[in-house]
Write a protein that binds this ligand. Structure first.
Ligand code: M6R
Length: 597
């Protein structure tokens, strides 16, 4: 995944592009580059490393039109040569691209035979040469012709020496156009633009737009004009900035009470109103997602089965296509915070192809999944910039509770008393999260030994088995310590062999029907000398007898325990990574949104 931005207007493009690019750095940070049109010439400057490196080396170029890119390598190593923008042989066209051109090898060979010289190993560079070769009276026409030859995914922005327009196109990679006053913007993600505008136009797949300083025209690739109104984004700049926190991840962890509150606002009283559920009857549910969203889905299985009694299965998005076709048509719930994950979009399309009704849970208005799915539940977490998903996970769970309640209502599968209790408990969740956050220092003090370890195990049972998986993912992703999530009962079937005095085990021991069995598993672990951090329920004085360290969370209904527990595990991972000096918001080798399969 990469980030692209563009600007056209009367201000200095270079300054604006660098500013926007920094807000997209979570999408890729191995190299960056900027192209500015100045006096009819295109000036390209690039460097390896984070955007701060480019910023410190860049020569100031004056001009009101330009494009820029921050890269996360997929084809070709992170070098200056492979950094975008790419320029055509005649120097007249420059392009930035996010996505993968699948037929680039063929195209590259043909272009080389035609006399083009390539300077990089990337698939993206072919775009600059194709545009140079394409027939057409202006840049727009040439881009459309060039795209005729291209297969694969792209969000691209192109400029020429005329500085009249930026031409952008999208297929399976996100692209948004920001509307200003006599100036317009382009970006992979709206968070890049919030300092300048919150009025946006989302480009859809196989569309191309001519972006000039005072106008935007959208067409499909067949040349038909597309009418589309602008949308106002409710996020503001502060939402997308660190606001004094050392890392976005910490800020986003602390935003969770508010994110949950927003996600519940006005929804608990109107569960009956969605026609999607009255018009469709389902006999089962299938949930798909990747990474953290997959873990939310695993928690969702327990929620939906308990509330609606509908059998629910969960699958990793990239595996869904290999699952066997069954006669019955489940409701397919697609979870993706970004709404742009390629594996998950492919699963959504496959579900529709199989004739299933689809419901998406996403955080991003106007993202690709909102067009693929039959209906959408938005998570209202606000922009999440840290690569590690935190507040979007918790609000995905909220969406799943709401979905479970909605299905339960139409199936009359829970008593009205239980329903009332659940609603009351949900309203109390922001307070429970806040209580955990108020004790963040205590969690930090529990990480000293873990930060020095090579491997940490996370164990839980039932609805907190996926919480353990998510705790492990957070830890490995940002601290680079091997983290392994396990159903607690399964340790004795092999993994116990890995435990020693050097292997901390985090055990989720809340007071529910799993408690006694969890204590047994903690004993198995301590018998092998492994230090245990037990996470339990407030008021539990017994845990101290079993575990070296204990952290207690507020009492909530067993159905909701993953919420306070995951907040503990997020902070635990965060403080470990901080102690180890890791680049928490931008962990190596991974990107916030993965737009390749
Ligand atoms: O945007 P999505 O929810 O579809 O993203 C899915 C995963 O790539 C994502 O959850 C990833 O696992 C996170 N970095 C985990 O913190």
């Amino acid at each position: 995944m990469c980030g692209i931005v563009g600007y056209i207007g009367s201000r200095e493009a270079q300054e604006i592009l660098l500013d926007c690019l920094k807000r997209l750095e979570y999408r890729g940070y191995d190299s960056a580059g900027v192209a500015i049109v100045s006096d009819g010439e295109i000036d390209v400057q690039k460097s390896v490393g984070e955007i701060s490196v480019l910023e410190s080396q860049i020569k100031k170029i004056s001009g009101g039109a330009g494009i820029a890119h921050t890269r996360w390598a997929t084809h070709g190593r992170p070098t200056t040569e492979n950094a975008h923008p790419f320029i055509s042989c005649d120097g007249k066209y420059a392009v930035v691209h996010n996505g993968i051109i699948t037929n680039y090898m063929d195209l590259r060979e043909r272009l080389i035979e035609g006399g083009h010289r390539f300077t990089s190993d990337t698939d993206s560079e072919i775009l600059a040469h194709l545009i140079e070769d394409a027939e057409g009276e202006d840049l727009f026409a040439k881009v459309v012709k060039a795209l005729d030859k291209v297969e694969g995914a792209y969000a691209l922005a192109a400029i020429d020496g005329g500085a009249e327009e930026i031409v952008v196109a999208r297929n399976e990679s996100p692209l948004v156009i920001g509307i200003g006053h006599d100036e317009n913007f382009v970006a992979s993600d709206v968070t890049a633009l919030l300092r300048y505008t919150n009025e946006v136009l989302y480009l859809h797949d196989r569309e191309v737009a001519r972006v000039q300083a005072d106008s935007v025209e959208i067409y499909d690739l067949e040349g038909n004009h597309v009418e589309r109104g602008t949308q106002k984004v409710s996020w503001n700049l502060e939402d997308a900035e660190r606001s004094g926190y050392p890392h976005f991840m910490l800020k986003e962890i602390f935003e969770q009470p508010q994110a949950v509150h927003e996600s519940l606002l006005g929804r608990l009283g109107s569960l009956e109103e969605d026609p999607f559920f009255s018009e469709n009857a389902f006999s089962s549910v299938k949930i798909v997602g990747c990474g953290t969203s997959y873990h939310a889905g695993l928690v969702g299985k327990y929620i939906i089965e308990e509330l609606s009694k509908l059998p629910t299965t969960v699958q990793i998005s990239s595996e869904y296509r290999y699952s066997s076709l069954s006669e019955e048509k489940p409701l397919v719930v697609i979870i993706t915070q970004s709404g742009e994950t390629a594996d998950t979009l492919a699963a959504a399309r496959e579900a529709s192809r199989r004739g299933c009704r689809t419901l998406a849970i996403t955080n991003v208005l106007g993202s690709a999944i909102t067009r693929e799915a039959d209906t959408v539940i938005y998570t209202r977490a606000g922009p999440e910039i840290g690569v590690a998903a935190t507040k979007t996970f918790v609000t995905q769970l909220i969406a799943l509770y709401l979905l479970g309640l909605r299905l339960a209502s139409s199936r009359r599968s829970i008593s009205s008393e239980r329903r009332r209790q659940i609603i009351t408990d949900m309203r109390a969740l922001p307070r429970a999260i806040q209580d955990v956050l108020n004790n963040a220092d205590a969690i930090e003090s529990l990480t000293t030994r873990s930060a020095k370890s090579q491997s940490i195990f996370f164990i839980g049972r039932h609805i907190n088995f996926p919480t353990a998986l998510e705790g492990a993912l957070k830890t490995k992703e940002i601290s680079y310590i091997h983290g392994e999530g396990y159903p607690a009962g399964e340790l004795k079937h092999g993994p116990l062999a890995l435990l020693s005095t050097e292997t901390p085990v985090v055990a989720i021991c809340v007071r529910d029907h799993t408690y006694e069995k969890m204590l047994g598993n903690v004993r198995e672990v301590t018998a092998r000398g492994a230090p245990v951090l037990a996470i339990g329920t407030e008021g539990d004085r017994d845990l101290e007898k079993y575990a070296e360290d204990v952290f207690l969370v507020p009492h909530v209904d067993p159905l909701f325990t993953p919420i306070p527990i995951i907040v503990v595990l997020q902070l635990y991972a965060y403080y470990i990574a901080k102690k180890r000096g890791c680049p928490i918001d931008k962990p190596r080798n991974i990107a916030k949104t993965v737009t390749v399969e």
